[in-house]
Design a protein around this ligand. Structure first.
Ligand code: NAD
Length: 415
């Protein structure tokens, strides 16, 4: 039977039933099912090994976005996030995208840049370093036999002049399925003494660049006009995009919406989301800060969205295999390579952006957002146990989701 990520009514199921559906889809074993159900994916020994001075763990809900069809393959997408309505919005957008075949995505080669800073080099240092290209690349590759055996490794280099006193060597390293920072940093440090000798200068910083502009991913989707509410909605969503393209205040919020999806998948899969954030924002700033996505109307009157961003995410290395929830999330996702993972992440970012722009250019986001947030407001007002649902329901039915009203309802219930 073909696997499908269309699971109607998934959101209405009790957690146990949802886990069962995910177990079937991803062929999880009983132990993995138990870890999910335990709501505690990180034991103290593992946590204590991951970082320093551990005193606890900070839990976040792990949700599953349904309906994702990317390059013809169905995905259930794990998302770790604390913000209400993000998972629902992604699932809903992905459902609408399916009408026109879902998302098309393509990631390029996973090439990261290692930087070696050189101070006070000889006058002819740039040419001298270029002349030793093969020797430098060979030394870099000697640091990571595994990467090289997998077809990766340092593939190229360049020398850049940043000022009269400062040069910088870029090592271009194909990091295959890793995020690559450790691999690249090791190479950069190993090559520095040789570069000092060749350049006659002093090397200082030797570190990866988070502007991963040689590791790009693109995704696109067509949203059927009638499915999303008609031609006025299409036109208004294009206007909404133009607002972000023209105004940095709007662009920042537009891009934050994209990152709601991207970060949630990055966190769920144990990826370094700060590295991803740094990369996408730096890329969007080239030539003036811009939206990560573009939206336009095609000749059929449908809405076409696209995204183009750098994506330094891995399916191996870092804590992807160390954190039990990251391991399970990667298994649920079923991405076989860092490139496939990047294609999913970019598609989720695009879906998330669609959902936010659709809500904003129709009824506004507060309606849906606050309905889902009502339970948090009830808790803030002091509701406990059954009271939480009761207070939230009354507020939702009245359309007044506010702390003062929550307190009033709570008082009435308790009387
Ligand atoms: P890593 O060192 O844990 O694993 C990468 C290694 O795994 C490779 O060097 C290779 O030897 C091996 N490997 C085995 N199979 C592979 C495959 N199929 N593809 C690629 N490599 C394979 O991790 P990493 O990805 O080099 O580094 C990621 C970590 O570095 C993250 O935890 C990140 O937080 C951290 N970090 C980030 C920065 C930064 O972004 N500026 C700086 C320092 C460290």
């Amino acid at each position: 039977m073909e696997k499908t990520s269309r699971i109607p009514g998934f959101y209405k199921l009790p957690i146990k039933e949802r886990v069962k559906k995910v177990k079937e889809f991803a062929e999880l074993n009983d132990e993995e099912e138990e870890i999910l159900l335990s709501m505690d994916g990180l034991d103290s020994d593992t946590a204590d090994r991951m970082i320093e001075n551990v005193v606890g763990s900070m839990k976040m809900p792990l949700g599953i976005a349904t309906n994702f069809l990317i390059n013809g393959k169905d995905y259930l997408v794990p998302m770790a996030i604390e913000e209400t309505s993000v998972v629902a919005a992604a699932s809903n957008a992905a459902k609408m995208a399916r009408v026109k075949g879902g998302f098309r995505a393509k990631a390029g080669e996973p090439v990261m840049i290692g930087q070696i800073q050189i101070l006070d080099a000889n006058e002819n240092a740039m040419e001298e370093i270029e002349k030793h290209r093969e020797e430098i690349l060979e030394l870099a590759n000697a640091q990571d036999k595994i990467l090289v055996s997998l077809g990766g490794g340092a593939k190229d280099m360049e020398v850049r002049k940043l000022s009269d006193e400062m040069l910088c060597v870029h090592l271009f390293v194909d990091v295959r399925d890793a995020m690559g920072a450790n691999a690249v940093n090791t190479m950069a440090e190993a090559c520095a003494p040789l570069i000092e000798k060749i350049s006659g200068g002093r090397t200082l910083l030797r570190i990866i660049s988070n502007l991963a502009d040689h590791r790009m991913v693109e995704a696109t989707a067509v949203f059927d006009r009638d499915t999303i509410g008609g031609s006025k909605v299409v036109d208004d969503m294009v206007h909404a995009y133009e607002f972000a393209a023209l105004d940095i205040y709007r662009a920042a919020t537009h891009n934050k919406g994209v990152m709601n999806g991207i970060d949630a998948v990055a966190i769920a899969t144990g990826n370094d989301w700060r590295a991803i954030e740094a990369g996408v924002h730096a890329y969007a700033s080239i030539g003036g800060y811009k939206p990560f996505t573009k939206w336009e109307k095609n000749e059929d009157g449908d809405l076409v969205g696209s995204i183009k961003i750098p994506m330094a995410a891995g399916t191996i290395g870092g804590i992807t295999k160390v954190h039990p929830m990251a391991r399970i999330s990667l298994k649920i996702l079923g991405a076989k390579s860092s490139r496939e993972l990047a294609e999913v992440i970019a598609s989720v970012g695009l879906a998330q952006n669609f959902a936010a722009m659709h809500a904003l250019s129709t009824k506004g986001i507060q309606d849906g957002h606050m309905r889902l947030h009502a339970k948090n407001i009830a808790v803030m007002a002091g509701a406990q146990g059954d009271e939480i649902d009761r207070v939230a329901e009354v507020m939702a039915s009245e359309g007044k989701i506010r702390m003062d009203r929550a307190k009033e309802i709570l008082d009435e219930i308790r009387k």
